[in-house]
Write a protein that binds this ligand. Structure first.
Ligand code: SF4
Length: 338
């Protein structure tokens, strides 16, 4: 274990009361472990096969009830789905080895950070692995970077991302499923409040980092009303986001193990309908996804946001694919260690 959480035994008065609240109780149960890692950059799978992925952590303290990434702990024989949010593995980071991996990428390659964990979850405040990764990318050029998070802590790196954007494409995908704080606390119990995430959009876009807002997942009869999605999209536009998208919930078995008991506790009237819809397949098909796609399109048009807006390649990467002579021009030595 890298860190023990502080004991609250010395606390008195309001601090002791606060330490007994749900949030700190949950935090107290979190274990941080160091995970030796031979390679940081992996190939995406399924529909993401064409991109490279980086996940600085395994597990995620935010504990979203619908989280599909819980499968990542199953790979480590940690089959209790709750361990995904209580046992957080911080990957051992060595800048020199990581830089060598980055140098093997090709110009124009796409790299997504945070496909199976949140790279700005609380562990990042302690270990700063995401920060160190971005510091390496700041020395690179011609890469297409995306960062997915639900954390306002992402704004810490606004200036660094702006620096990366001078020689690469970079954008942040920030997830906001609802502006209703009470609902957000239920479905994403330890993630930052929606208003904090909105403030992070503002800081990033003011620094010149494009932000796309994802209202994924859209959960039937929970956050799928036109009014709810419209509120998120309107707030995203007001704070400077350039695109907005929302896709229906999918429930793989590892996510269903947590999501269905959650429904039983908080939305018992919906359990039967969800079981019926998700019993045979993890993905919803037919009328519902079509209706949500039309709804989201209508909302986007209303707020003048794109579904997807690619940042421009900075000069001199103004065209794609890269001409051969540019490949030579930007040939980079294997190591450029500081
Ligand atoms: S923030 Fe993302 S990775 Fe973390 S629990 Fe929520 S859905 Fe899973």
């Amino acid at each position: 274990m890298l860190f023990e959480d502080d004991s609250p035994s010395h606390l008195i008065g309001i601090a002791r009361l606060a330490a007994s609240s749900d949030l700190l109780e949950a935090k107290r149960q979190v274990e941080y472990l160091e995970l030796e890692t031979r390679r940081f950059i992996g190939r995406g799978s399924g529909r993401m096969r064409s991109i490279w992925t980086i996940n600085p952590y395994r597990g995620c303290e935010y504990g979203c009830k619908y989280c599909y990434a819980r499968y990542a702990h199953e790979f480590m024989e940690l089959r209790d789905p709750g361990l995904f949010e209580r046992k957080i593995f911080a990957k051992q980071f060595r800048a020199l080895a990581f830089r060598a991996e980055v140098r093997r990428l090709k110009l124009g390659d796409t790299v997504w950070i945070g496909t199976a964990t949140d790279p700005y979850q609380p562990a990042e405040r302690r270990f700063q692995i995401t920060r160190q990764i971005l510091e390496v990318f700041a020395d690179e050029r011609g890469l297409d970077l995306g960062i997915t998070t639900k954390s306002d802590f992402v704004a810490r790196d606004a200036a660094l991302m702006a620096q990366i954007a001078r020689k690469n494409k970079i954008r942040v995908h920030l997830t906001i499923t609802t502006l209703d704080e009470r609902l957000a606390r239920l479905i994403e119990p330890r993630a930052p409040r929606p208003d904090l995430r909105l403030a992070a959009i503002k800081k990033l876009t003011e620094a010149g980092v494009p932000v796309s807002v994802l209202a994924h997942p859209v959960m039937p009869l929970i956050n799928d009303s036109e009014e709810s999605l419209d509120q998120v999209c309107a707030a995203a536009a007001r704070n400077g986001a350039s695109s907005f998208s929302a896709a229906p919930l999918f429930l793989k078995p590892c996510a269903a193990q947590v999501f269905l008991p959650f429904l039983e506790a908080h939305f018992p009237h919906l359990v039967g309908r969800y079981r019926e819809r998700f019993e045979k397949a993890a993905y919803l098909k037919g009328h519902y996804p079509e209706m949500i796609a039309e709804r989201v399109e209508r909302i986007r048009t209303r707020h003048n946001l794109a579904r997807r807006r690619e940042p421009e390649w900075p000069e001199p990467f103004s065209q794609e694919p890269f001409p051969k002579d540019q490949l030579d021009l930007f040939a980079i030595p294997l190591y450029n260690a500081k």
